[in-house]
Design a binder for this molecule. Sequence first.
Ligand SMILES: C[S@@+](CC[C@H](N)C(=O)[O-])C[C@H]1O[C@@H](n2cnc3c(N)ncnc32)[C@H](O)[C@@H]1O
Length: 140
Amino acid sequence: MTDEMLEKARENAQKGGFTNVEFKKGDIENLPLDDNSVDVVISNCVINLAPDKAKVFKEIYRVLKTGGKLMVSDVVLIKPLPEDLKNDKDLLVGCVSGAILKEDYLNLLKQTGFVNITIHKEVPAFLPDFGLSITFSATK
Ligand SMILES: C[S@@+](CC[C@H](N)C(=O)[O-])C[C@H]1O[C@@H](n2cnc3c(N)ncnc32)[C@H](O)[C@@H]1O
């Protein structure tokens, strides 16, 4: 996330007259939010880019209030990537080579403590032999 991205978001909010939004700069592995302070976390295609997905889920769990909801669209793998593809930078920015196996991803969510993990949609993603775009919700 860059300062330019935040500046643009703030400009757009002002243009649209949205006074009830706030933009904070932070890393998904270290959220700049208090414990138990958030009702809903949404994320679209970011978690696959984070090297430490267990830390990401722990952070989301930490900031959510009890009963808070997580709604995510992300890319997972349906089978392991060969070594050469794992190290392909284009596939990393294409949201595939940073992804982990669907089973491991869902297990991490469960191990973190999330319940009611429900997959709403699955579609082949980017490199369809390997990638799967999933949309799911979960509850703290
Ligand atoms: C595929 S884009 C998705 C952007 C947006 N969520 C959307 O739906 O259009 C991935 C975004 O994740 C951000 N990103 C990557 N690693 C991140 C991290 N560790 N913490 C926070 N954001 C990150 C990048 O800056 C980029 O904007």
